[in-house]
Design a protein around this ligand. Structure first.
Ligand SMILES: [Ca+2]
Ligand SMILES: [Ca+2]
Length: 213
């Protein structure tokens, strides 16, 4: 991404999922604005390194870059922060996605990023993947099509979430609304959303954020 003044355009038609396009002074646009305008793009192909790592493309090869596959529909997002114990924070997310044509689960890599906590998981033949702290499944609903279920627990997310406004503080009902960036990368395609969550917390104890039903 190039330096210079960028204009953020928010599509507020859908209050759950906002899509963002960045446009610079000479009209270049980037759909990767979610990750911040300061993100390094080593090969100047328009995809920040962090997005290329998520998608599994080469951050040093401008001819190899992810395809933006459009917005992501996040049907469920829950974040739990435990301020009294370390490594006890959790995320649960369910997103619908489109799968690349000819998608085969066995051995496929899925990248997921929630609030900037990013990882890649390799799927088995049943569409399930695991890491030390998380599990992910790609499933297909007969009604709504393919979706991704992700669960992370025993993680340390406090600093990361505090930078997005979810602080160790007392925030009573009805809570405060914050935006959480979510990205899913499958088969070199990257899907994005910025999700509204309502956050309530008790200082020194816990905080919980979830998207409105
Ligand atoms: Ca790049
Ligand atoms: Ca590249």
């Amino acid at each position: 991404m190039q330096a210079g003044p960028w204009v953020a355009q928010l599509d507020a038609a859908d209050v759950v999922n906002l899509t963002t396009t960045l446009t610079d002074a000479v009209g270049n646009t980037s759909a990767f604005g979610l990750f911040g305008i300061g993100d390094a793009d080593s090969d100047n192909d328009g995809s920040p390194d962090v997005v290329e790592e998520l998608a599994g493309t080469d951050p040093s090869d401008p001819l190899d870059h992810p395809v933006v596959a459009g917005p992501l529909s996040v049907t469920k997002l829950q974040i739990k922060l435990n301020f009294s114990k370390t490594n006890k924070d959790a995320i649960r997310a369910t997103t619908t996605v489109s799968l690349p044509s000819g998608f085969a689960a066995a051995g496929a890599t899925v990248g997921i990023s929630v609030a900037g906590y990013a990882e890649q998981l390799v799927l088995d033949a049943k569409g399930k993947g695991k890491s030390a702290l998380s599990s992910l499944a790609v499933k297909v609903s007969k009604k709504t099509g393919p979706y991704v279920q992700y669960a992370l627990k025993n993680a340390d997310l406090e600093t990361r979430l505090a930078s997005l406004g979810l602080l160790d503080a007392t925030i009573a009902k009805p809570g405060k609304t914050f935006l959480i960036p979510v990205a899913v990368a499958i088969g070199g395609e990257v899907h994005f959303a910025t999700v509204n969550v309502v956050y309530k917390a008790k200082q020194g104890k816990s905080g919980k954020a979830s998207n409105p039903k």
